[in-house]
Write a protein that binds this ligand. Structure first.
Ligand SMILES: NC(=O)c1ccc[n+]([C@@H]2O[C@H](COP(=O)([O-])OP(=O)(O)OC[C@H]3O[C@@H](n4cnc5c(N)ncnc54)[C@H](O)[C@@H]3O)[C@@H](O)[C@H]2O)c1
Ligand SMILES: [Zn+2]
Ligand SMILES: [Zn+2]
Length: 383
């Protein structure tokens, strides 16, 4: 089968690999019909995630058709169409029982990381990813979510990750009716957080990014106000946000950028000098911009080592800071209803579709934000 694999920083290649097989009675093998590239894949692609091995297949956002089900699988059979959460979760451990499928104890035993995830280095378990024609899905009675007959794979593809991630971010932001939410990053995850913030009762939503085409999309698709931090000047971002919010700052700030944020020279230098894990510019801005007593949410990805963020400011302002790898599973039935009712329209953000064979090119376009790229979907030939 064909699979999109890592060759080293900045390099992907589509290669032939052996078909995955049932390794445990609870596995299924899925024939992938749609798979997307995520901002999280870019951290791997840039070589920032430890123990990312050459030859590994990436991809944790996918939907497809069950090709084969192991003898222990009760809820699925060959031919069923499913979308699969990016978390690999056992369903029975201490964390899974509490709905925290993002930190399952059995799918990944690396304590400072979260649970297992598809195609996301050996620090999340070394599982093969879904940017391939087929993928093995463990604990198949737990993660996969059946796609209703009247819906297409693309309608629900983003239930695998970015929609529940943005929704969980808005939920963690603790938005009270009429409050102002600022979302740093107008990529796919930020966009989902913006639409979700309205559902949680936000009165104003402000998007911050440096890419006008993404800000324009956010404005028209999610109906938000926008701020281009590059045009504003890095030193003025916080001042401008305060001006926009009666001098106080937004009630909640969401970091939907993560460890590769641009915009602060010293944060970038600290990252390059390996004194911290990448750049924490967006998180720093979120802390600085939020009003006193406000909420800051980190859904942009950071690695376990420390980052130099202004904790003193966060403490003195009385901020509440929350963050997580999304616990995808628990949001799915609810989000399906929002999509069905047209309150959320995630597939509208797809800007590019490529055959799986063109996976390496798709990575380059998404990474370099060329051709007004927002979200790439790869389509295997057999789909
Ligand atoms: N927590 C989770 O479960 C989860 C799930 C999916 C993705 N993520 C993470 O969410 C983040 C965003 O993912 P994405 O797919 O939207 O990625 P993306 O790369 O498409 O978007 C990131 C956006 O941030 C902008 N940006 C860069 N520096 C900025 C700054 N200082 N201030 C404001 N904007 C800035 C970029 O221009 C870009 O538009 C990534 O870190 C990804 O790993 C987390
Ligand atoms: Zn993702
Ligand atoms: Zn578990």
């Amino acid at each position: 089968m064909k699979a999109v694999t890592y060759r080293g920083p900045g390099s992907m290649k589509v290669v032939e690999k052996a078909l995955p097989r049932i390794e445990h009675p609870d596995d299924i093998v899925l024939r992938v019909t749609r798979t997307a590239i995520c901002g999280s894949d870019l951290h791997l692609f840039h070589g920032l995630v430890p123990d990312t091995r050459v030859g590994a297949t990436f991809g944790h956002e996918f939907a497809g058709v069950v090709e084969e089900a192991g003898p222990g699988v009760a809820s699925l059979q060959r031919g069923d169409r499913v979308v699969v959460p990016f978390n690999i979760a056992c369903g029975t451990c201490f964390y899974c029982q509490r709905g925290l499928t993002g930190v399952c104890d059995n799918s990944n035993c690396s304590c400072s990381m979260g649970g297992g995830a598809f195609g996301y280095s050996h620090t999340t378990g070394g599982y093969e990813g879904g940017q391939a024609e087929f993928v093995r899905v463990p604990y198949a009675d737990i993660g996969p979510f059946k796609i209703p007959e009247d819906m297409e794979e693309e309608d629900l593809l983003f239930l695998s990750d970015i929609l529940p991630t943005g929704y969980q971010a808005a939920e963690m932001a603790g938005i009270k009716k009429g409050e102002t939410v600022c979302v740093f990053g107008a990529g796919p995850v930020g966009l989902m957080a913006m639409q979700s913030a309205w559902l949680m009762g936000a009165g104003r939503v402000i998007a911050v990014d440096r890419l006008d085409y993404r800000l324009d999309f956010a404005k028209s698709w999610a109906g938000v106000e926008t701020l281009n931090y590059e045009r504003e000047g890095y030193a003025h971002v916080i001042g401008r946000l305060r001006e926009m919010t009666e001098g106080r700052g937004p009630d909640a700030c969401i970091d939907a950028v993560g460890c590769e944020a641009l915009g602060s020279k010293w944060q970038t230098l600290l990252g390059k000098a390996k004194l911290q894990a990448g750049s924490a510019t967006a998180l720093t801005w979120a802390i600085q911009a939020a009003r006193r007593g406000g909420n800051v949410v980190m859904i942009g990805v950071y690695g376990p080592p420390w980052n130099m963020v202004p904790m003193g400011e966060a403490m003195n302002k009385g901020l509440t800071i929350r963050g997580a790898q999304c616990n995808v599973k628990r949001y799915l039935p609810h989000l399906l209803e929002h999509i069905r009712a047209g309150r959320l329209n995630p597939k509208a953000i797809i800007s590019h579709r490529f055959p799986l064979e063109n996976g390496a090119e798709a990575y380059r376009i998404f990474d370099e934000k060329r051709d007004e790229c927002i979200k790439c979907v790869l389509i295997p030939q057999a789909a």
